[in-house]
Design a protein around this ligand. Structure first.
Ligand SMILES: NC(=O)c1ccc[n+]([C@@H]2O[C@H](COP(=O)([O-])OP(=O)(O)OC[C@H]3O[C@@H](n4cnc5c(N)ncnc54)[C@H](O)[C@@H]3O)[C@@H](O)[C@H]2O)c1
Length: 91
């Protein structure tokens, strides 16, 4: 079985990728800190879900062990907050 990790996994694109990977039979590790101003966070209950900030290496680094694929969707996706706090949009 392939193991995939998705960042931004509760967001719009990430949550669809998690669903598809589960459908394809992958073991999925999902990380999202729910920082987006979004009422539509979706966590697939069949994934291993972690509400964490990907910038926090101490808490997240071990989650990448044994992973075959990483899908990186965690981002400040909103334009106005990125203009107001550009440093938050670097990652
Ligand atoms: N949606 C689109 O049409 C579209 C089009 C082109 C590119 N993109 C890009 O794809 C990426 C994802 O877009 P989206 O629409 O899914 O955005 P989204 O805001 O729905 O999802 C991003 C997720 O990342 C999470 N996140 C942000 N910072 C985090 C951090 N430090 N640690 C953990 N989680 C964090 C947020 O909580 C959010 O759930 C972005 O880079 C966006 O610019 C999106």
């Amino acid at each position: 079985m392939k193991k995939s990790l998705v960042t931004g996994a509760a967001g719009f694109i990430g949550s669809h990728i998690v669903d598809k990977l589960i459908e394809l039979g992958h073991e999925v590790v999902a990380i999202d800190n729910e920082s987006a101003n979004n009422d539509l966070f979706y966590w697939n209950p069949k994934a291993k879900n972690y509400k964490l900030d990907i910038c926090n290496l101490e808490e997240t680094q071990h989650l990448y062990e044994g992973v075959d694929y990483v899908f990186h969707l965690a981002a400040e996706s909103r334009i106005q907050p990125a203009i107001e706090n550009p440093i938050n949009a670097v990652f």
